[in-house]
Design a protein around this ligand. Sequence first.
Ligand SMILES: *Cc1c(COP(=O)(O)O)cnc(C)c1O
Length: 409
Amino acid sequence: MYKDLNTSVRTLMTPGPVEAEPRVLRAMCTPILGQFDPEFTEIMNETMAMIRSVFQTENQWAFPIDGTSRAGIEAVLGSIIEPGDRVLIPIYGRFGQLLTEIAERYGADVVNIETDWGQVFNPQVVIQEMQRVKPKIVAMVHGETSTGCMQPLQEIGAACRALDILFVVDAVATIGGTAVKVDEWKIDAAIGGTQKCLSVPSGMAPITFNARVEAILLERKKIERGLADPSTYQKLQTRVIRSNYFDLSQLMDYWSPARLNHHTEATSMLYALREGLRIVLEEGLTVRFARHKLHEQALVQGLKAMGLEIYGDPNCKLPVVTSIRIPAGIDGESVRHRLLQDFQIEIASSFGPLKGKIWRIGSMGYSCRKKNILHVLGALEAVLIRHGAKVYAGRAVQAALDVYDNIEV
Ligand SMILES: *Cc1c(COP(=O)(O)O)cnc(C)c1O
């Protein structure tokens, strides 16, 4: 009655999900192990060590949350925010709004500052606001996939540490594609994603946090135990971590040698993440980040040679997402439709105020390679011509090849 699953082989040039590494997909076919099987706990330990390496941290705590990237965000924010806690969230795109929405659901007293989309914050503006608002937590997005901008974090991290404020960073889009230096930038908790620059399917969120965060978790766990005393019950109840699934204090026991049972680990996803991280570390972080920059340059030069305008401030461009202004009079969705139908290529539109105004091209992980960049440029040129757009025909692919020929030996 239902046909065999037989999906098209697409060229995925969106900011996620991107094409999975073939080795990752093969790893997912590995037989299932019990979650306390010593072979499996060894895989858990290796994965934790590799997560530390990609986050460039010495933190003891580094493990995946089962669920998509926002599950990682919820686990971190929900485990450290107590009702009434003040949280400062600077917004420069859609995912700053997501941090706000999650923090509010856990009862935070959120203070937002906003800057125009297509820009990032001058760190001094954030630091001044921190001094004024005196929050417990500052939560920020590192790479805003909705606009294609990347926020410098080092100065803000240093200021947070000096003022004893916790610094939480959404590095979902950047991890594995550009540097995320958790220790050097004094990030207290960071959340990554799998389906972006790690080229693993969606379904897990690697996170890391330090002893400053751990202290809060242990304190809240102690409170949970104290609930047995009826005289303090009412007062303490509101301070207990609200989610069971996302309770980091329980997850610490699950991912530590104690191995206290929590949920059933997502076996095949863990195989996938382990393989994805292994590929990242085999390539080496420096080489991998340089590869992403090279293909970004080829893409940008190609788009400009065609006569298209890159959206956003070039000084804060996110290297793994390139946003393009949709030329006047062109139906952006119709262009995306033909790219998919005729060329098997998917690029993205955007959200909110940018809907219908920009396209976004991801160059992430396994999708970030010469063949894909050249294909997307050639196809976009052809489709734009079909739509009657004025482009400089024949130049885009040549400009990209110039970048490759000049850099590759
Ligand atoms: C994709 C993305 C998310 C959300 O990830 P899901 O896996 O869809 O939950 C959060 N933050 C940023 C910056 C992202 O790019």
